[in-house]
Design a protein around this ligand. Structure first.
Ligand code: SAM
Length: 387
């Protein structure tokens, strides 16, 4: 048990009672001066649990538990063992072991790539537990190496430096992993996110299973080929486009790794390229639209919706009758209801008739806690074109 304590207002206590672990500056009546881990008391002095303290952040406290245990290496190890058990049976060796608040471990991300771990420590309080967190991961998983991908801008709000460092063992510049039948290379130091978009794993497996055999497919915003590699197993021809030359270089290597010669890699702006395909009257039987987050904050949602609508409208027009569109948004600020309304709007303007086959979300290794909306950001839909 830690002796340091913070005190919070009734509103802060209500928030925690309702299942949200963040206590904002305005609800903190007093807290230790230095980053760390402390007990949290209500106004009457009753202990509500134990939290990470970030003295410079708007989010001052992040609850770790409703109890008052010693938060040491053994405590972290036990939490990680629970996370591991919840991910049993995933058909891949690259997945998220810890999804921050979704796993009850605020501000911590741990992604597993075969024998390597990529970790993000996203708060000043958590940073003080760095050694215990890394020791616990080593104890439990004996990884060949642990990379800290602490180059996330949110660390600046915490007064923390941005860094990419090998914390334990050795981590190569490129790793090979598999996802169902597909093998792929990941660049953990320089790739986007921690190297791969692990949150779409289940949707990629679904796409691979539903691709009509011998058909044509288009993967827009393909990154290092993630969806395209799954589609190419059954498709006659896949076109995969992305604006990142670096990602496409790895995508080509990924195709070779899987002995796939039926993917055309196109470095282009997706908006311009889809306009071109529309002019050329190209048609595809499966299209994936998985853009970056267009809405970076609440105030940019309206403008972002225009971008989402345009890209989806164009994709709908490129579908063969009977074709499938797997479309997604990873903008937290765009909620499911508005995402679906945008798709309905695009469908109405497209002249096509589309049915909703599946609502999609992030994989089960990215658990979305209902009382913490921030844990759920990826939403998607699988649509079928009737005519
Ligand atoms: C969410 S990621 C795609 C993830 C990928 N589908 C996967 O499953 O791994 C978005 C991708 O869009 C690319 N991108 C961003 N703006 C783009 C644009 N205007 N045109 C084409 N690609 C773009 C980025 O390079 C990035 O690879």
């Amino acid at each position: 048990m830690t002796t340091a304590a913070a005190r919070i207002s009734a509103r802060g206590a209500d928030r925690w009672a309702a299942g949200h672990p963040w206590i904002f500056r305005s609800d903190v009546l007093g807290h230790p001066d230095a980053p760390g881990i402390c007990r949290v008391l209500d106004r009457r002095g009753k202990c509500l649990g134990t939290a990470l303290v970030s003295p410079r952040s708007e989010i001052r406290l992040r609850f770790l538990t409703a109890g008052e245990p010693r938060i040491d290496r053994g405590w972290w190890r036990q939490r990680f063992a629970e996370c591991l058990a919840a991910r049993e049976g995933i058909d891949a060796n690259a997945w998220r072991l810890v999804h921050g608040e979704g796993d009850g471990l605020p501000s911590l991300v741990v992604d597993r790539y075969d024998r390597w771990l990529v970790v993000q420590l996203l708060s000043a309080g958590l940073e003080t537990a760095r050694a215990d967190v890394l020791d616990a991961l080593e104890d439990l998983l004996a990884p060949a190496g642990i990379l800290l991908r602490n180059d996330v801008p949110v660390r600046r709000h915490e007064g923390l430096p941005l860094e990419v460092v090998v914390a334990r063992g050795m981590v190569p510049d490129q790793l090979e992993v598999h996802e169902g039948p597909v093998r792929y290379l990941v660049a953990p130091r320089t790739g986007q996110k921690t190297g791969a978009f692990l949150d779409q794993r289940e949707n990629r497996l679904l796409a691979g299973a539903l691709m009509p055999s011998g058909g044509t497919a288009l993967d827009c915003f393909a990154y290092h080929g993630s969806f395209a590699l799954h589609l190419a197993g059954r498709a006659a021809q896949v076109v995969a486009l992305d604006s990142s030359a670096d990602a496409l270089a790895r995508a080509r290597d990924n195709a070779a790794l899987n002995r796939l010669g039926n993917i055309e890699w196109v470095e282009a702006d997706a908006f311009a390229q889809l306009r071109r395909y529309e002019r050329e009257r190209r048609r595809f039987q499966f299209i994936v639209v998985d853009p970056p987050a267009f809405a970076k904050n609440r105030s940019s949602v309206t403008q972002a919706l225009r971008g989402y609508k345009e890209i989806n409208l164009r994709a709908m027009r490129l579908l063969e009758p009977g074709g499938l569109l797997l479309t997604a948004s990873c903008s937290f600020h765009l909620d499911r209801a508005r995402f679906l309304a945008m798709l309905a709007d695009a469908a109405a303007d497209s002249g096509r008739r589309l049915t909703l086959l599946h609502l999609l979300g992030q994989g089960r290794d990215h658990p979305e806690l209902l009382t913490v909306p921030e844990t759920g950001y990826l939403k998607g839909a699988l649509l079928a074109c009737r005519q």
